[in-house]
Design a protein around this ligand. Structure first.
Ligand SMILES: C[S@@+](CC[C@H](N)C(=O)[O-])C[C@H]1O[C@@H](n2cnc3c(N)ncnc32)[C@H](O)[C@@H]1O
Length: 296
């Protein structure tokens, strides 16, 4: 089964049915914020393109991930809710920090002759922005199920002067069939869309097979809030932002990225797939850690 688990592929710019979402909110037994506040947030979301995309697709494709992760923060964001999403929502802030951590951890592991993959690559900013000036013969491989993301990634590779060392593969992450292919594999943005723990272990087994012996996986996970788990790693999260994030992502959007996991669970799942954990690196709010694991 080849399935895009992060967003709707067809019809993604069709009108959002705001009225149905409002009716659902009005009928809900329990909401995070007062009803009228949530209804107001719903209509504010419809006032900017990223908000409309999120309402319609309940997740992010490669384009919108790159927009808020890299390009968005550089812009003067006119809409206050869009500005809050990109510059204050804890999960979005955490992933911006995670993006920097991935870049540093990847850069310092690069060696001559390596083959490095990103899966799912989205627009592949994690690889095309690397500094390869002192490294010889590196091959960069972008793997994604979505042809549209791959086409944008190919353009991104051209823009960053990496086209000669880059190739792309359209594939389902659960059906890779690429044994012992990569020295380094980066993966952000798939495991937390998958609620089924067995499927996540299966995903990690695919990563394990795709790495060469001695190869390294750099991946991430999103952690539960204190309301969801006693083992929550959240620190310094503004309670107001935490509630607003839950209202927008869970109540209003019914976001697909709800598969939160603790460090203990993630370690255990990677170990079950055969990995040895090397390091866990937290963002300052403890919401979006990076985990580095080795195939022995
Ligand atoms: C949230 S984006 C993350 C992209 C990139 N890793 C980043 O951090 O910017 C999720 C990506 O997963 C891809 N995707 C969704 N389901 C997939 C699957 N079953 N196999 C491979 N890629 C998939 C989507 O097409 C999308 O590009």
């Amino acid at each position: 089964m080849d399935t895009v688990i992060t967003h709707e592929v067809s019809d993604k710019f069709a009108e959002v049915d705001l009225f149905s979402i409002e009716q659902r909110l009005r009928a809900a037994k329990e909401l995070t914020l007062p009803l009228e506040e949530e209804v107001s947030l719903l209509y504010q979301m419809a006032e900017f393109e990223l908000g409309r995309y999120l309402l319609k697709n309940r997740g992010l494709n490669g384009y919108w991930t790159a927009y808020w992760l890299i390009h968005g923060p550089k812009l003067q964001l006119e809409h206050p809710l869009e500005d809050w999403l990109i510059n204050h929502a804890p999960y979005f802030m955490g992933s911006q920090k995670r993006f920097q951590i991935f870049a540093e951890e990847t850069q310092k592991r690069l060696r001559d002759g390596m083959t490095v993959a990103s899966l799912p690559c989205g627009l592949m900013d994690d690889l095309v922005r690397l500094d390869l000036s002192d490294i010889k013969d590196v091959n960069l491989v972008g793997i994604d199920i979505d042809a549209e993301s791959l086409a944008l990634a190919a353009k991104n590779a051209v823009d960053h002067g990496k086209v000669a060392c880059t190739k792309f593969i359209q594939a389902d992450a659960w059906n890779l069939n690429m044994p012992n292919a990569y020295d380094l594999l980066l993966s952000n943005g798939l495991n937390f869309y998958e609620r089924d723990d067995a499927r996540v272990v299966e995903l990690y087994k695919q990563f394990f097979k795709a790495l060469k012996p001695g190869g390294t996986l750099i991946t991430s996970f999103i952690t539960p809030s204190p309301a969801l788990s006693k083992e929550s790693s959240w620190i310094n999260v503004n309670p107001q932002d935490a509630l607003k994030q839950k209202a927008v992502f869970a109540d209003i959007m019914q976001g697909r990225w709800t598969a939160v996991r603790t460090e203990a669970t993630t370690r255990q799942q990677l170990e079950e797939a055969g990995f040895i954990i090397q390091a866990v690196i937290y963002d300052p709010q403890g919401v979006f850690p990076t985990i580095i694991a080795e195939k022995p």
